[in-house]
Design a protein around this ligand. Structure first.
Ligand code: NAD
Ligand code: DAU
Length: 374
């Protein structure tokens, strides 16, 4: 198995065959639900608060599919989550829900503490209380999978080895600190209460439905609009990019084959500087949608004030999930970025919808305060 969806869960009985997944109106969760159902996965209930990042259009194609249910709500609402668990009797919970943007966490950390820490705590408590009502076979089969990030490990020096599951936690932003705290809670609920948890820590994702506040979709759309392509600092920060569907396959592999209490790092072995990523996007756009003046989109690159506390390098050692669960990425950056750019070119209505009022306010807030460093 090289990363195909593996949905060979122990079938306890037909009334223990649903998944509760949180935050699936967002980027990764919506890709996960689509892949899960395309691979004949069982019923999935999406619990999402619909913050600015949640968009029901991301799963509009599933309207009418009776294996997909959407519930608007907050993971921090323990009573509501308990009711949902009692009603649907899921065999697993996958927690994608989070505040996810580092720049927003710097300007306003409160929501990050609330959702990523308190929310995860409440969700764990609802899960624990539901799990304690299950019979032994169901308790053994149940899983709580927490989707986390490589940012919890902090920043690497150029010659450091990539992060592995035993790397020391050293988060540097309010976002990564809140995710680190949530990982610790998940770990503690396993060790203290025996809740069968799994944690995945993944590197930077890209692909369809990525909200255009993040580097890759922002650059694609700004380029097409003739706007500046803002590079923070010197653009030499390194990220390990993974196509979102490969991440989703990794989550499915961990859910079905992972050992409770274990952590699995997921990454693309694809380290690139931000400047190289932006050049790669410009070069594909030059070919697919040339500028009317015949010049390259690289003309639009603008160096702007750096992100405070900006982590210099992330890289993931994914050997554990490769070795133990047979997962491998199926896309290279070269293939994944082409698919991604094509998706944005093919979906102007989705783009127009997400770039409505609230999005414009954020762009103005984040970029007008950054002076250009030509
Ligand atoms: P996203 O911001 O696109 O989506 C987050 C979703 O969570 C949205 O639909 C939002 O409405 C929902 N949400 C927020 N607060 C909620 C709450 N209190 N209750 C219920 N729903 C709530 O994020 P994403 O990029 O899809 O990331 C998903 C998860 O994966 C996050 O936990 C993130 O930390 C993690 N992760 C992301 C990346 C990446 O590169 N994007 C990489 C590794 C890990
Ligand atoms: O590493 C995993 C993480 O990747 C996830 O946990 C986060 O949820 C996700 O948002 C992402 O965090 P980053 O901060 O790495 O992603 P972002 O797309 O915001 O930025 C990528 C790099 O590009 C980073 O070094 C900052 C830089 N950047 C970003 C923006 C938005 C720019 O240079 N200019 C920009 O305008």
């Amino acid at each position: 198995m090289t990363g195909s969806f593996s949905q060979s869960a122990p079938q306890i009985c037909e009334d223990f065959m649903a998944i509760l997944a949180t935050g699936c109106a967002g980027f990764i969760g919506s890709n996960f639900v689509r892949s899960w159902l395309a691979n004949d996965g069982e019923t999935i209930i999406n619990l999402d608060k619909l913050t600015y990042a949640g968009n029901t259009n991301n799963l509009a194609d599933l309207r009418g599919d009776n294996r997909y249910h959407f519930v608007q709500g907050d993971i921090a609402d323990e009573a509501m989550v308990s009711e949902l668990l009692g009603k649907h009797q899921p065999r697993a919970i996958i927690n994608f829900a989070a505040e996810s943007h580092v720049d927003r966490s710097i300007g306003g950390p409160g929501e990050f503490i609330q959702t990523n820490i308190i929310g995860t705590f409440r969700l764990l408590e609802a899960a624990r209380s539901y799990w304690s009502t299950l019979d032994t076979a169901r308790q053994t089969a149940f899983r709580f999978l927490h989707v986390s990030t490589d940012e919890v490990y902090g920043s690497l020096e150029p010659n450091d080895p990539p992060f592995h599951e035993g790397s020391v936690y050293a988060p540097n932003s309010p976002y990564s600190a809140s995710k680190a705290a949530s990982d610790h809670l998940v770990r503690a609920w396993y060790h203290t209460y025996g809740l069968p948890v799994l944690t995945t820590n993944c590197s930077n994702n890209y692909g369809p439905f990525h909200f255009p506040e993040k580097l890759i979709p922002l650059v694609i759309l700004n380029a097409l609009d003739g706007k500046a392509l803002p590079i923070y600092g010197d653009g030499q920060q390194v990220r390990d990019w993974l196509y979102v569907e490969d991440h989703c396959r990794g989550i499915a592999a961990a859910l079905e084959g992972g050992t409770p209490g274990e952590v699995y790092n997921i990454g693309g072995r694809n380290e690139m500087s931000n400047l190289d990523v932006v050049h790669a996007i410009c070069s594909i756009l030059d070919e697919k949608r040339p500028r009317s003046d015949g010049r390259s989109y690289t003309q639009q690159i603008t160096f702007v004030t750096d992100r405070p506390g900006h982590d210099r390098r992330y890289a993931i050692d994914a050997r554990k999930i490769e070795r133990e669960l047979g997962w491998r990425p199926q896309e290279s950056f070269a293939t994944g970025i082409r698919k991604t750019i094509q998706w944005y070119l093919d979906n102007p209505q989705w783009v127009a919808d997400v770039r409505s009022g609230a999005y414009r306010d954020w762009i103005e807030h984040n970029y007008t305060e950054r002076t250009d460093h030509a």
